[in-house]
Design a protein around this ligand. Sequence first.
Ligand code: SF4
Length: 432
Amino acid sequence: MQSEEYRAEEPDPGSIMRRPEGAAPDIGASMPSLARVPGRAAPIHRFPISAHAQAFRRRFYPGVTAGEWNDWKWQVRNRIRRLAELEPILDLTDDERAAIAARTGSLPIAITPYYLSLLSREDPDQPLRRTHLPVGAEFVTGPGEAPDPLGEDHDMAVPGLVHRYPDRVLFLTTGFCSTYCRYCTRSRMVGETNGEYSFSTSQWERAAQYIEAHPEIRDCLLSGGDPLSIGDDKLEWLLDRLRSIKHLQFLRIGTKIPVVMPQRITKSMTRMLARFHPLWMSIHFTHPDELTPETREACARLADAGIPLGSQTVLLKGINDSLPVMRDLMHGLLMARVKPYYLYQCDPVSGSAHFRTSVAAGLEIIRGLRGHTSGYAVPQFVIDAPGGGGKIPLLPDYLAGREGDDLLLENFEGGLYRYPDPGGTIGADRPR
Ligand code: SF4
């Protein structure tokens, strides 16, 4: 089992010796030294720090320089993981305090100092705080909920590789995330040291060999955990290995790092990623408050590296389930050069009932966006069918019925329009 600790994930890009071509990275040998090297300053990536984050840093991290704050390895090393670390920064409710103290096993608490700066100190109902601090409801399994709601374990061809659709695979690269979301669909496998799930380079190699042996696979989504939490050296090795498979056309990375630790998007990493085109990225956004100068800079760097960016958003009760909030998020994403891609109905993972809206709430949001704003700002609303049925798109019903050879359609303003469809039958069951 890969350690949850940062040092087990991260080679230090500055200290890496080039390996012989084709050789797998040695995790032990490439462990970074987390101690500051005497006389060697922390790297400054000329990354923006918003006024809000500056004020937070000065108040709660007075001895920390801007360069350290902007060093993503400092952010990982200083993740907030314990009650005693949160108490001085947030006014915790009794419910939050008890849930934090009780949390053990997978889906631990971890929040980067940067992302913590976005959480409200006083308001337990603030959206970003609700999505990252546990409450007692997280320990209650509701009707229809399960630890693995999408049946991913059932579809694992080899450990860490889910092969559900004929032409594409889901490659689970790591169990590590810099910041853990309380509604995580993979809560069973993330963040646990010595847990049931393991991630290692030998497992990656086995997964690569499986893809190699299946020429029908043309698309590979790297996910986890968060693949961008892996150090440049190891990530480059994995991408190189996958690109060596000739029939694998399309690589995608699913990540929340640009949102929770945007400092990770260094120019050296984007240069490295640009070697592997066509490479696409899906970024997990939840709320417009996440669209800070730091996150916009991270997205700009990725877009400038030629990586098409899409967003994935989970619909969450009391967090983003209103039209104004969702419209602000979708508009903000377009301005950050990210195409809104999927809006997910919250998966019935154990302990997530307090996050789940009705399906109708999602449809109403789509109805409120479609036609009322740029088409590019409208994501596809989907339910990932429990048990491994895959993504099923849902649309508001714009079909009003049929009159003879005319299809009757309702537009975004509720107006009725005819479309000639001679001989058609669609809508015949709704005569007017
Ligand atoms: S970043 Fe993704 S994998 Fe990690 S906790 Fe959040 S939802 Fe789960």
